[in-house]
Design a protein around this ligand. Structure first.
Ligand code: PEP
Ligand code: MG
Length: 755
């Protein structure tokens, strides 16, 4: 295609031809002539999808009697291959291709070289555009790019002319139509069936031919500025500021965003007559061809990044910047994303969101904890997820087996249904345990409390018959609000929680904001933390912003009027922090009492042990504590120096490693000796094998995700603790002992239920 004004002229003429009041056939005939002329090719043919077949609708150069006669199925011949693979074909000798299907009516035997590209609209293949030459020749990249640009514009024009019904008639034709299985890591157990919905949806470009290149250039410039600002904000946002993958991604983002070459190529597209969004897409398509076939995983990763960024830029330029949550889910959906923040997950309609699949993600990231609490199965670390799944693909998510089935065949659907039934049966068995105590075979009663953070968690108390709420994460209310929740709203939530719990105890934790739980209205502006998990978060932030802490204390004291308030502080590193926090609460209580306002009759104060050094001064703190709760999620990451959110470190983050277990034993023994109640409220306690290890260390109270109560209770009721405790003492004293293996073997021998 001629560059610059020549290209612009072609697009303008295509536009004019399609917009004219002439019969459809004559429009397409003229389009074929225009394309052949512009590309200096002997043949230009347009195949469009009709009744599931690719039909030759117009041609310049092939025999006219083939029009509306030559029809090819998806996958059949070169044209069908392009439609199926959604990749261009570039062949010096067409007949040498294994899929070449000779159609005598076309008279194409005279032509040797062939280049074709798919015509895609709304993620569906609606046709194929092909050019041919008599002389055997390879088409160069620029020519293929030009064909793609024309195909993109054509897609819109033929849709506007009503020539394709891409919503109803066209069968789905995603990148790969065959069923595939994508492996990943189980983050939240469960199974779900739904359609693929991208958290950041791909934008549909409806306007491809520009009226005024200058206007388009300005739009692009403004979009670039906005995108760079967004990326800068992302860098300073704590939830993105963690070390590891996010850093890398942001670096790549920045690299592309600042890449002059990229902007220049988009501007070239605008010079060629495209709108800003069409030009961005045209450059992305060209890049897809260059990098798509690269074997190098690094290059393919970069292609993802570029696609992400192109998509982001198109969304900005076209003003369609919302996530799928804003658009709303209309059917059971499995959300597809690279990664997700907890607040983003909360924006979705719980009734329609049945599963989540991420390219990243880790077991103890807050978004995972949240999904677990919400009972949404979640798969993480699914490589190439976004390259393999198209919006709207039917999906089966089997997080338990660490798999996502894309476009599953009937046999897989049947087996999936059978497994779902089996799970339901198992669930029914757990439900039978609802009214039975979690008592071991040798009579040790284990208290099983549940973790919660939202109003919607409360019905789980009745369903599971938990012994209470052992950790109420109060920051979730802050996370779901656009502004700081006023005291009245806090009181209302806490009151509802206490009411739902009735006589059962509830342990409220004061806000743990920061780390991966960034709250924009509380954050310190513009401060980027190198290590947010070890940074300005939790009690540190709360003590510095004592107004926040005081307001929350008043809300909690008021809500617990006339009853006992169990209150604990997150991330206590030194005893003075606990004392200071306690002082703030007591001051508030005195103030309420003086004013004659209702307030808690009694407050029990606890600390969370999450910072390893606290254990070394626990003797100083224990006399002041009513209870101690071990937050193994954070504690483990600090003990092992293994970021809880970094997927690369998932294997290193091991709750059953000897160092972690020995450490926990020291803490539990100290607390038991001081007669201070000790519990574990991290995710560790919700996994039967890990919970068994904790019991072997002497822990008798666990606070876990509601879905884990049934399985952990079944485990407790099938275990005999005395021999287990002895064995654990031995293993801890045996150098190099693989405790995970030993424990599994012992559990099997004892017939302990670990499912
Ligand atoms: C923990 O760290 O173990 C914990 C329970 O707190 P969170 O997961 O909310 O950081
Ligand atoms: Mg924590």
């Amino acid at each position: 295609m001629p560059p610059g004004s020549g290209a612009r002229e072609l697009l303008r003429r295509l536009h004019d031809v399609m917009a004219a009041r002439t019969p459809t056939q004559s429009k397409l005939d003229q389009v074929a002539v225009l394309i052949a002329g512009a590309l200096e090719s002997e043949v230009a043919s347009i195949y469009l999808l009709r009744e599931g077949m690719l039909e030759l609708f117009a041609t310049r150069g092939l025999k006219q009697q083939a029009v509306h006669v030559t029809r090819l199925a998806f996958g059949q011949g070169l044209v069908g291959t392009i439609a199926e693979s959604r990749e261009p074909l570039n062949l010096a000798e067409a007949s040498a291709h294994p899929r070449f299907a000779y159609r005598p009516e076309t008279g194409e035997e005279r032509f040797h070289s062939f280049a074709g590209v798919p015509i895609i609209r709304r993620e569906r293949t609606v046709g194929v555009l092909a050019v041919q030459h008599m002389r055997p020749r390879d088409y160069d990249d620029v020519e293929i790019e030009a064909l793609q640009t024309v195909a993109m514009v054509l897609a819109e024009l033929i849709a506007a002319a009503g020539l394709v019904d891409d919503q109803a008639a066209a069968p789905r034709a995603p990148r790969d139509t065959s069923p595939i299985r994508i492996a990943g890591l189980k983050l939240v157990d469960g199974m779900a069936r739904g359609v693929a919905v991208y958290h950041e949806p791909r934008v549909v470009i409806t306007n491809t031919v520009a009226e005024d290149a200058e206007v388009e250039r300005e739009r692009l410039k403004a979009a670039f500025t906005r995108m760079r600002e967004d990326i800068d904000t992302m860098v300073t946002r704590a939830e993105f500021a963690g070390p590891g993958d996010h850093d890398e991604i942001l670096e790549t983002y920045k690299m592309f965003a600042l890449d002059e070459g990229w902007a220049r190529r988009i501007n070239d597209g605008i010079d060629g007559g495209l709108t800003a969004e069409a030009a961005i897409e045209a450059v992305a398509q060209a890049q897809r061809i260059k990098l798509g076939s690269a074997a190098d995983p690094y290059l393919r990763e970069r292609l993802h990044d570029l696609e992400d960024l192109s998509n982001r830029l198109i969304r900005i330029v076209s003003g369609q910047s919302g996530t799928a949550a804003e658009r709303g889910l209309t059917e059971p959906a499995i959300l597809i994303a690279r990664n997700l923040g907890p607040a983003e997950l909360l924006e979705y309609d719980r009734r329609q969101l049945v599963g989540v699949a991420l390219e990243e993600g880790s077991l103890t990231a807050h978004v995972t904890i949240l999904a677990r609490a919400m009972g949404i199965p979640m798969l993480g670390r699914a490589r190439d997820l976004r390259a393999q799944v198209a919006e709207g693909d039917p999906l089966l998510l089997d997080a338990s087996a660490g798999a996502l089935f894309v476009r599953p065949p009937q046999a897989v659907i049947d087996s999936f249904s059978a497994q779902t039934a089996l799970r339901a049966k198992k669930q029914a068995e757990f439900e039978k345990l609802r009214d039975l105590p979690a008592t071991s075979l040798d009579g040790v009663r284990i208290e099983l409390m549940m973790n919660a953070g939202l109003r919607s968690d409360l019905p789980a108390l009745e369903l599971t018959n938990a012994d209470g709420i052992g950790l109420f994460r109060t920051e979730f209310q802050f996370l779901v609000s656009a502004t700081l929740p006023r005291k009245g709203r806090q009181v209302a939530l806490y009151r509802d929680v206490l009411e739902a719990a009735g006589d059962r105890p509830v342990v409220f934790r004061t806000v743990d904001i920061g780390g991966d739980k960034a709250v924009p209205y509380v954050e310190e502006k513009g401060e980027r933390e190198e290590n947010p998990a070890m940074g300005w978060r939790a009690l540190r932030l709360a003590l510095a912003r004592s107004g926040l802490m005081a307001a929350q204390s008043s809300a909690l004291l008021e809500a617990a009027a006339g009853r006992t308030l169990n209150l604990m502080f997150p991330m206590v590193a030194e005893p003075w922090e606990f004392q200071e926090a306690r002082r703030i609460v007591e001051q508030r209580r005195e103030r309420l009492a003086r004013a004659g306002l209702p307030h808690a009759a009694h407050v029990r104060f606890g600390a969370m042990l999450e910072v390893p050094a606290l254990a070394m001064v626990l003797d100083e703190l224990l006399p002041h504590l009513d209870f101690l709760s071990i937050g193994t999620n954070d504690l483990t990451q600090f003990l092992l120096a293994a970021d809880r959110g970094n997927p690369k470190l998932a294997d290193r983050y091991d709750w059953l490693s000897r160092g972690v277990l020995r450490y926990l034993k020291l803490v539990v023994d100290q607390a038991n000796a001081a007669d201070v109640s000790v519990s574990v409220c991290g995710e560790m306690g919700g996994r039967p094998l890990e919970a068994l290890a904790l019991m072997a260390l002497g822990v008798k109270r666990l606070s876990i995700t509601p879905a884990a109560i049934g399985p952990v209770k079944a485990m407790v009721r099938s275990a005999e603790l005395a021999p287990l405790r002895m064995a654990m003492a031995d293993w801890l004293a045996t150098p190099g002992c693989d405790i995970r293996r030993e424990l599994t073997v012992l559990a099997e021998r004892q017939g302990i239920r670990l499912d």
